[in-house]
Design a protein around this ligand. Sequence first.
Ligand code: SAM
Length: 202
Amino acid sequence: MAANNIYLGLVHYPVYNKFGDIVTTSITNMDVHDISRTCLTYGVKKYFLINPLASQKDLYQKIIGFWNSETGQNYQPDRASALQQIQFCNTLQEAISIIKTQENAEPLLVTTTARDTKGQVAYGDFSGIVGDKPVLLLFGTGYGLADEIHSQSDFTLKPIKITDDYNHLSVRSAVAIILDRLIPKNTGGIDGYTASCKQRAN
Ligand code: SAM
């Protein structure tokens, strides 16, 4: 059962490549599996794979088809249940429409990035801003979300940054860390987390 009102989107277009061009990236097996398991663990309502290419939809269907087959089910039945969370969409707009139909409300669009930009929101302020509204939390592939996605968003979260030297995480790690920071847990949630950090510091 979903424990919050968060939907997650992994955007394959429009994203940057290393030259700063806008491109479509390919779906990767690891992003399909690992992110769906993290989403299920954190009670995310749906995981949208956003990619406009028919060839990529075919690839996604092959992956899902295998894990839903008798061979896949016998090998690892848990995989198929995590993968049921995924919905393939051609565009961001399609994902937004699905949420609107499901929630009867427009979702807040929240983007993520490793870069510092103006007006980014701290993790601790997230729940106060979103309340119980549905949220579509967007992550990039390639070299990150195109600016046109950030400018459509309601806000961007501050980057995860622990040292000043390096903070370019794989998208799978970024998803896990950010969900853990945003979603209150029945083991004490963010307050429990803050308390345990203080305890360690003392
Ligand atoms: N091919 C790459 C991979 O190994 O996963 C994709 C990199 S893609 C640019 C990583 C995405 O994860 C970013 O678009 C952003 O959504 C998120 N991300 C990475 N590092 C982050 C950070 N330090 N803070 C917040 N989000 C981050």
